[in-house]
Design a protein around this ligand. Structure first.
Ligand SMILES: Nc1nc2c(c(=O)[nH]1)N[C@H]1C(S)=C(S)[C@@H](COP(=O)(O)OP(=O)(O)OC[C@H]3O[C@@H](n4cnc5c(=O)[nH]c(N)nc54)[C@H](O)[C@@H]3O)O[C@H]1N2
Ligand SMILES: Nc1nc2c(c(=O)[nH]1)N[C@H]1C(S)=C(S)[C@@H](COP(=O)(O)OP(=O)(O)OC[C@H]3O[C@@H](n4cnc5c(=O)[nH]c(N)nc54)[C@H](O)[C@@H]3O)O[C@H]1N2
Ligand code: SF4
Ligand SMILES: [Mo]
Length: 764
C-alpha cells in the first residue's frame, strides 16, 4: 500500500498527517506518520499524533472478541458466536423488561458515520431511548450556551486561521499549549502584540506564553470565572467600552443584562476571584480598545486587527458551566464581536469528532442534523429519512452521568424517576470507569449490570469490567469523516489492513440489526451511511446535505451548514476552496428574530459550606476545623501534554507512558509546607466521594488554594473518584474542575496502583 492522506486520531484539531506503512507491509506494524500541510496544523503534530501508529500493532491490542466465562475469565470467541449471543440477550431482555432495559453510550471520537449509525441503531434496532455519550463531559456546557445565545452551536463559527489576524485574544480555561500544541501558532500574532490574555488558576504552559510579550495572566480562584466575567463586562459597559450600535442592531436583552452587571465593580470582583481590580480594569480596557480599533478599521475599509474571546474546559466543566460560558458570550457581544469581521467568540472543541459527535443523534435529546427529538417536525423528517413510522422513534433519554449512575436495574440501579435502570449497556468509544464523574459510583453501576458490552481495541478499565469485548478498527483502518473544531468536515481514510479479528463498528451494528430483525437499514459502507446522514440532516441546524466525499477528496474546505441547494455541482472548485459556511452569523444569528440573546446570568448564592464541609478562603488553603495536619484545597483536573483522556491509548504508548508514568498532584510549595509535604512525597486527597493517593510535585505555577491532578490514570491516582455527582442544571455537565478535598501528607501506599489495574482501583 502507498501513503495515505489522513488526520490524527486524537483531538479536535485533527492535524493533517500522511500515513506510510512499513515497506512490504499492509498492516500497522512499523507504520509511521508525518505532518501534512494543512491550514490548521501547517505540517506540525504533537507527540501524541506522532506516536499514534505505534498502537496499531500494539501487543496489547485485542484481536478477537472476548467473552467472559462462568469462571469469570475472558476467553477468545468467534464473531458469529458472540453476535448470536448478544442478539439473544437483547431480545430476551427486551421481552422481559422492555426496550429501555438496554442502554448505549457513545463518544465524540467516533466518525460522523458511526455516531449517526449508533443513534439510529439505538433508537430503531434496540428501540431504546437510553443513549447518551461522553460529549456530555466535554462540550455540553458550551454547546448549551451557544444554542441559548446564538441559536446554534458550532465550536468555532469561523476558520481557525482567522485567529492569525488577531491583536487580542482572551483565552478562558484552555491550555492549548499542552492540549493542542500546533494551535499555538495561531495565537502568535496576538501574543507578539501583547494582546494574549489567559484566565487560569494555574500558570499553565499557555498562561506562560503571556510572560515575555506584555500579555496578561489572570490567575483566578477555581470556579470563579462567572464572577470574573461579570466584573470584566461591568467595566466594559460602565466605562464606555461597549459597542452600543452593535448591541442595538444585533442583540436583545441589554437592559436586563445591565442590571445583573451593576453589582460587579472591580474591587468586589477581586474579593471573590482573587484577581486584582487593577488587572480586571486593564484587561477590560485592553479588550474594549482593541475591539473599537477593529471596528474603526472595518469602517475605514481596512483589514481589522481582530479580537476574539475563546473558552475551554476550565470554565465549562463546572456546575454553572453553561452560565459561565454564557457570561463569556455576553462579554463578546458587549464588545460587538460575534458575526463581524472584527473578531468573534468561539469554544475549543476537544475530542477528534467532538463537533460532529454532537450533531448526528447520539445525544439523548437529539436526532440527526442537530434536531430535537421531542420536536414533531424533526421526528417526522427523520422517520421519513429512515423509512419507518414516526412512532418507532422513542422519546428523549437521560444525560450521560445520570445514565451511568442508573445502571443495573436487576440489582437496584434506578433511573431518576425511580424505575429500574438499564440491565445491558453497550459502550462505543469511552472509558467511563476512569473518565466519568464520581468514578467509584460509575464502577459500581457497571458491576450491577446483567451484561456489559464494550467495543474497543484495548482492554480499557471499562472493557476489563465487561462481559463481552468487541475488537474494533482503529483510525488508520477505517473510512469515514470527522468534523473538526472549526466545523470543517474532513476525510478519515483507510490506509492499512486491520488485524483479521477486528471489525468495523458499522459492520457490527448491521450484523446485530439483522439478527434482531430490526426496522430500518444499516449499511456497512461509510460512504453510504454518509449519504443517508446527509438526507437525514437536510433542513436541520447542522445541515450536511450539500457535503459529499468527492468535494472532501478533492481537498475543498467544506464547513457546515451546507445545503444541497447551495451545491452548484460544478465540481470545479479548486483544492482549498471554501464551501458551505466557513463564517457563521455574518448577517444574522440563528434565533428566529436573527438577534443574539444577551442572557442575564448570576452566580448562585454562596453555599454555607462545601461538599466536604470546609470553609473556603482567598488564595491559600484553609485548615479544616480542628485538624492541624490537613488542608482544605480545591482539586482542579485536566490534561498533560503526553496523555489523552482516560489514557487508555497513550498509557499503552511506550514513549508517552515513560514520559508521564503516573498521576502527580501539582501543589504550591507554600501549601505543601503547611502539610509537611516534601517534593515528590505522597499526598492523600479525600472527600465524601472517595480517596486519591498520589505523589506530589511542587509547582510555583499553581495557586496555594488549589491542587492540579490529571485525569489520565486509573487506580489510586484516579481523580474522578473525588468529583461529585453534581451537574450543571442546563447541560448536565459534571463539575470536573472543582472538587473540594482535605489534603494530607501520607506514607507511600503499601501497594502502588498499576496502570492496567482497574479492579484494585475501584476497591479503595
Ligand atoms: N494532551 C491532551 N490533549 C487533549 C486532550 C487530552 O486528554 N490530552 N483531550 C482533548 C479534549 S477531549 C479536550 S475537551 C481538550 C481540553 O483542552 P483544555 O480545555 O485546554 O484542557 P484542560 O486541561 O481540561 O483544562 C484547561 C485549563 O483549565 C484550567 N482550569 C481548571 N479549573 C479552572 C477554573 O475554574 N477556571 C479557569 N479559568 N481555568 C481552570 C486548568 O488549569 C487547565 O490549564 O483537549 C483535547 N486535547
Ligand atoms: N476529572 C476529569 N474528568 C474528565 C475530564 C476532565 O477534564 N477532568 N474531561 C472530560 C472530557 S472533556 C472528555 S472528552 C472525557 C473523555 O474520556 P473518555 O470518554 O473515556 O475518552 P477516552 O479516554 O479517549 O476513551 C476512549 C476509549 O474508546 C477507545 N476508542 C477510541 N476510538 C474508538 C472508536 O472509534 N471506536 C471504539 N469503539 N472505541 C474507540 C479507546 O481505546 C478508549 O478506550 O473525559 C472527561 N472526564
Ligand atoms: S494536536 Fe491533536 S490532532 Fe494534532 S497531533 Fe496532537 S493530538 Fe493530534
Ligand atoms: Mo473533551
Amino acid at each position: 500500500m502507498s501513503t495515505t492522506a489522513t488526520h490524527c486520531p486524537y483531538c479536535a484539531l485533527q492535524c493533517a498527517m500522511t500515513l506510510t506503512p512499513a515497506p512490504s507491509s499492509e498492516t500497522g506494524a512499523g507504520a509511521a506518520v508525518e505532518g501534512r500541510d494543512f491550514p490548521t496544523n501547517n505540517g506540525r503534530l504533537c507527540r501524541k499524533g506522532f506516536s499514534a501508529p505505534e498502537l496499531l500493532a500494539s501487543r496489547q491490542r485485542i484481536t478477537a472478541p472476548l467473552l467472559r466465562g462462568d469462571d469469570g475469565e475472558f476467553r477468545e470467541a468467534g464473531w458469529d458466536e458472540v453476535l448470536d449471543l448478544l442478539a439473544e440477550k437483547i431480545s430476551a431482555m427486551r421481552a422481559a423488561h422492555g426496550p429501555d432495559s438496554i442502554a448505549v453510550f457513545g463518544a465524540g471520537g467516533l466518525t460522523n458515520e458511526k455516531a449517526y449509525q449508533l443513534g439510529k441503531f439505538a433508537r430503531l434496532a434496540l428501540g431504546t431511548r437510553l443513549i447518551d455519550y461522553n460529549g456530555r463531559f466535554c462540550m455540553s456546557s458550551a454547546a448549551a450556551a451557544g444554542n441559548r445565545s446564538f441559536g446554534l452551536d458550532r465550536g468555532l463559527p469561523f476558520p481557525l486561521t482567522d485567529l492569525q489576524q488577531a491583536s487580542t485574544i482572551l483565552l478562558l480555561g484552555s491550555n492549548v499549549a499542552d492540549t493542542m500544541p500546533p494551535f499555538v501558532q495561531h495565537l502568535e500574532g496576538a501574543r507578539a502584540a501583547g494582546g494574549l490574555i489567559v484566565v487560569d488558576p494555574r500558570k499553565s504552559a499557555t498562561a506562560a506564553l503571556t510572560d515575555d510579550a506584555g500579555g496578561l495572566h489572570l490567575q483566578s480562584a477555581p470556579g470563579t470565572d462567572l464572577e470574573l466575567l461579570l466584573g470584566l463586562a461591568h467595566v466594559i459597559l460602565n466605562e464606555g467600552l461597549a459597542d452600543l450600535e452593535y448591541l442595538a442592531a444585533r442583540t436583545s436583552g441589554l437592559a436586563a443584562l445591565r442590571r445583573t452587571l451593576a453589582p460587579w465593580w472591580p474591587e468586589r470582583t477581586e474579593q471573590v476571584t482573587g484577581v486584582p481590580a487593577a488587572q480586571i480594569r486593564r484587561a477590560a480596557h485592553h479588550l474594549g480598545n482593541a475591539a473599537r480599533q477593529a471596528r474603526d478599521a472595518v469602517v475605514r475599509g481596512e483589514t481589522p486587527a481582530k479580537v476574539f474571546v475563546l473558552t475551554g474546559r476550565g470554565i465549562e466543566q463546572h456546575a454553572n458551566g453553561t452560565d459561565t460560558t454564557t457570561a463569556a458570550i455576553n462579554l463578546a457581544l458587549l464588545l460587538g464581536l460575534p458575526g463581524t469581521p472584527g473578531g468573534g467568540f468561539g469554544t475549543l472543541t476537544g475530542q477528534g469528532n467532538g463537533q460532529g459527535g454532537r450533531e448526528h443523534g447520539q445525544k439523548s435529546d437529539q436526532l440527526p442534523g442537530y434536531r430535537k427529538i421531542d420536536d414533531p417536525v424533526a421526528r417526522a423528517h427523520v422517520a421519513a429519512a429512515w423509512s419507518v413510522p414516526e412512532s418507532l422513534i422513542p422519546g428523549p433519554g437521560i444525560p450521560a452521568a445520570q445514565l451511568l449512575y442508573s445502571l443495573g436495574g436487576s440489582h437496584g440501579g434506578t433511573l431518576p424517576d425511580g424505575t429500574p435502570g438499564p440491565r445491558v449497556l453497550m459502550v462505543h468509544g469511552s472509558n467511563v470507569a476512569v473518565s466519568a464523574p464520581d468514578a467509584n459510583r460509575v464502577i459500581e453501576g457497571l458491576r450491577r449490570l446483567d451484561f456489559l458490552v464494550v467495543a474497543d481495541f484495548f482492554l480499557s478499565e471499562t472493557a476489563a469490567e465487561a462481559d463481552l469485548v468487541l475488537p474494533v478498527l482503529q483510525w488508520a483502518e477505517e473510512e469515514g469523516t470527522m468534523t473538526n473544531l472549526e466545523g470543517r468536515i474532513l476525510r478519515r481514510r483507510r490506509g492499512l489492513t486491520p488485524p483479521p479479528g477486528a471489525r468495523d463498528e458499522l459492520w457490527i451494528m448491521a450484523e446485530l440489526a439483522r439478527r434482531l430483525g430490526a426496522p430500518g437499514t444499516y449499511s456497512r459502507d461509510a460512504r453510504e451511511v454518509f449519504d443517508e446522514l446527509r438526507a437525514a440532516s437536510a433542513g436541520g441546524l447542522a445541515d450536511y446535505s450539500g457535503i459529499d466525499y468527492a468535494d472532501l477528496d478533492a481537498g475543498r474546505a467544506v464547513y457546515w451548514p451546507f445545503r444541497a441547494s447551495e451545491h452548484d455541482d460544478g465540481g470545479a472548485a479548486p483544492a482549498g476552496a471554501m464551501l458551505g459556511t466557513p463564517r457563521l452569523f455574518l448577517d444574522r444569528f440563528a434565533h428566529p428574530d436573527g438577534r443574539a440573546k444577551l442572557v442575564p446570568v448570576r452566580p448562585a448564592p454562596t453555599p454555607p459550606g462545601d461538599a466536604a464541609g470546609l470553609r473556603r478562603v482567598g488564595n491559600g488553603g484553609s485548615r479544616p476545623d480542628g485538624d492541624p495536619s490537613a488542608l482544605a484545597l480545591t482539586v482542579i483536573t485536566g490534561r498533560l501534554l503526553e496523555h489523552y483522556q482516560s489514557g487508555a491509548q497513550t498509557r499503552r504508548t511506550e514513549a508517552l507512558a515513560a514520559a508521564a508514568p503516573e498521576a502527580r498532584a501539582e501543589i504550591h510549595p507554600a501549601a505543601a509546607a503547611q502539610l509537611g509535604l516534601e517534593d515528590g512525597g505522597w499526598i492523600e486527597l479525600r472527600n465524601s466521594q472517595g480517596v486519591v493517593v498520589v505523589r506530589c510535585q511542587y509547582s510555583a505555577a499553581i495557586r496555594t488554594d488549589a491542587v492540579f491532578v490529571p485525569f489520565h490514570y486509573p487506580g489510586l491516582g484516579s481523580v474522578n473518584r473525588l468529583v461529585t455527582s453534581a451537574l450543571d442544571p442546563i447541560s448536565s455537565m459534571p463539575a470536573f474542575k472543582n472538587a473540594k478535598v482535605t489534603a494530607r501528607a501520607v506514607p507511600a501506599p503499601e501497594r502502588e496502583s498499576h496502570p492496567d489495574d482497574a479492579r484494585t482501583g475501584a476497591a479503595v
